[in-house]
Design a protein around this ligand. Sequence first.
Ligand code: MSP
Length: 656
Amino acid sequence: MEKKKFYITTPIYYPSDKLHIGHTYCTVATDAMARYKRLQGYDVCFLTGTDEHGQKIETKAAEAGVTPKEFVDRIVEGPQGVKDLWKLMNISNDRFIRTTDDYHVASIQKIFKRMYEKGDIYKGAYKGKYCTPCESFWTESQLVNGCCPDCGRPVVDAEEEAYFFRLSKYADRVQDLLENTDFLQPRSRVNEMVNNFIKPGLEDLCVSRTSFTWGVPVDFDPGHVVYVWVDALFNYTTALGFLNDKYDDYDHYWPADVHFVGKEIVRFHSIIWPAMLMSMEMPLPGHVFGHGWLLLDGGKMSKSKGNVVDPYILAEKFGVDALRFFLLRTFPFGSDGNFSNESLIQTINVDLANDLGNLLSRTVSMVGKYFGGTLPDVQAEDAEKDAELVQLLTSLRARYEEQMEHYAFQNALAEVFKVISRANKYIDENAPWVLAKDLEQNGPRLARVMYNLLEALRMAGILLSPFIPASAEKVLDQIGACGGCRTWESAGTYGSLSRTAAVQRGDNLFPRIDAEAAIAELEAAAEAARKAALPAIELEPQLTEPVDFDTFCKSDFRAVKVKDCQRVKKSEKLLKFTLDDGTGTDRQILSGIARFYQPEELVGKTLVAIVNLPPRKMMGQESCGMLISAVHTEKGEEKLHLLMVDDAIPAGAKLC
Ligand code: MSP
């Protein structure tokens, strides 16, 4: 029998910066769904990729002094790049598209032309704001205080020739799709789309730009590049070979069964995307699911705000599966969730270390201890004592499936953990250590208790495999599950495990984490990362208030030689300098620079001091003048360098 197909996608990511845990969230969820469908026997195509065109990338590349293609290549293919991250996270995508791939570019040109020839794309004028010196078009919302966001100068009203897509033509059909089908999920997102965007009147969409060049060129009108969202959305079809020869399974996989997308891009996927597909007369995807954001301290993570969490650090510290599990177990997929190291560690300790880890290690070690690792065939049921666990096991797959079909990962996992908790309780109720005292009498009953525990682990292990693929396999290895009893069918059939299963003791899969120590380490790593992300060098802003020349000339700067330098007692900051200022009388200056210099290293140096400041008392001692230093901030840390001049300059020489 031919397998049913299932086509699922993540958004394609902007490779403008290294990806963070928020990006990882959606890809892990998509991966769990794809693995679940494969487990069920579907012929799955799972697509992810990168969205590489647009002004933002062009600008960032220019700032980095490389071409846009070099810039995106580094973030997509380079070390700790997008592809590396998905490999690390054990993402099982079948395809990876880059919108700079030639086949995609060629398809987009054909798609654009088709909509143009149909009359759904037409040429018009894009009204906006123009910065003449920068030769840049801006929208009202891009302006900063009404001025050009690049150079800060005033802008003027201007018109730019551009192509438009007749979005308005499809407004009624899109509204009907949203209101009367389950196309957009969760349902709560429908009202927002209809009330905020469709009902106020859908305007035609500007779908070409002439103000920058990093995009797919409109081949019949040089100077125009295709709007990045048109280029990006059609990736879901070009990656299957739509209007190109690179792949040829468009007819097989399209339409997508579901697109998983973050909530801020639901508008593009639920209004613009179906409208363009209608224009192209292509079938519509089954669902668009708009998931919530992972927040940090209540706000969306963003590199520019400096509040991102690095998945590499977490995966290295806690393991890939623990991180995958945490993301889908802790937050309802459709809503926002607050990320914290505390909740990550708590989820690992409670669910994985305590509940699952303990059930596995206790069960496997008891089968080893009481039966030498292999269960005897003769087993004795106890209808009353087994009923609740067996009933939970028998119904587990259906309850899990019901949740997975609604993309309710958290609930699906809750069903599995209900069984795991019940199995742990079953150990206590049946007290195997008591039964084991008289194996002759209780052996068959003890064997049955063990069998039921292994069954619980087997069925849970199979259903956990989409979430924690590597660890689930180890669970199944340790309980001696054969190939045939690792399948979706067998996950629904209590009793599939051989009665004489042989366990194999393995590593502790999820060691308990010392929360306090781990949090301290993570905070130190986050602080180091925050510092590393700070601008390398920050300078004091220059003063703009003019000082008249005569006033300036009143400041008397002199070369001074350090005769002696000591720390000031009881002060962490002050150094006391005895200086030769050329007058024949020693000058004493106190300076708050003890953090930056050892006193001995300064003796003999020629410095610069302003000598006609009124004397000041500091820590009970007099300071006559001030030494001149250069100061700046580097990676968030204050730096100071005393101004030292050529030792050939005599003490007392005037600086002017
Ligand atoms: N390039 C577009 C998508 C085009 S799809 C045809 C884009 N890229 S993105 O890199 O900015 O975001 C990719 C996905 O990551 C989006 O779905 C976005 O919602 C998701 N996330 C980015 N930060 C996130 C969180 N903090 N939490 C959850 N998801 C978040 O948009």
